[in-house]
Design a protein around this ligand. Sequence first.
Ligand SMILES: [Mg+2]
Length: 165
Amino acid sequence: MPGRVKLIVLDLDQVLWDHHDATSLILPLRRVDERTLVDSSGERVVLREGVRNFLEGARARGIYLSTCSWNEPDKAIAVLRTFQLDRYFDLLVIEPHPEKDRMMERILDHFAPKGVREDETVFIDDKEEMLEKVRRRYPRIRTLRFHPDGDVHSFRDLERILLGG
Ligand SMILES: [Mg+2]
């Protein structure tokens, strides 16, 4: 890998959790167990296995963490807070449009003063279209598709590839 990883940028829907659209949830949310919450209509959101471990491992190695998510911010932030995951992120970029290249610009601008370069940044998303959009604008960013047909299938995979565990 060119340059060590200094920043990991994570999509939320279908990456951090199984649900495909946090914006469709109806607040308030209620936590059911370590990895499950339900919204006010009984809709469930299940956190991927090993998420917390991965985020803790990244932080312990001094790696910065950001989200990059197409959602209504209040909904996605409510999910992160209900799972008590918001505390792990240095930056929450969650915007109600699919232009993730524009979101990535904000993210890179935020971390550039901390000495983070494009080739030290990894972006993880389940949708190839989003990864491609970001790569077209920032060809040196490393992208990983989190999907059954993609590059990584679990947070264990991500831990092995990015944290060397
Ligand atoms: Mg997604």
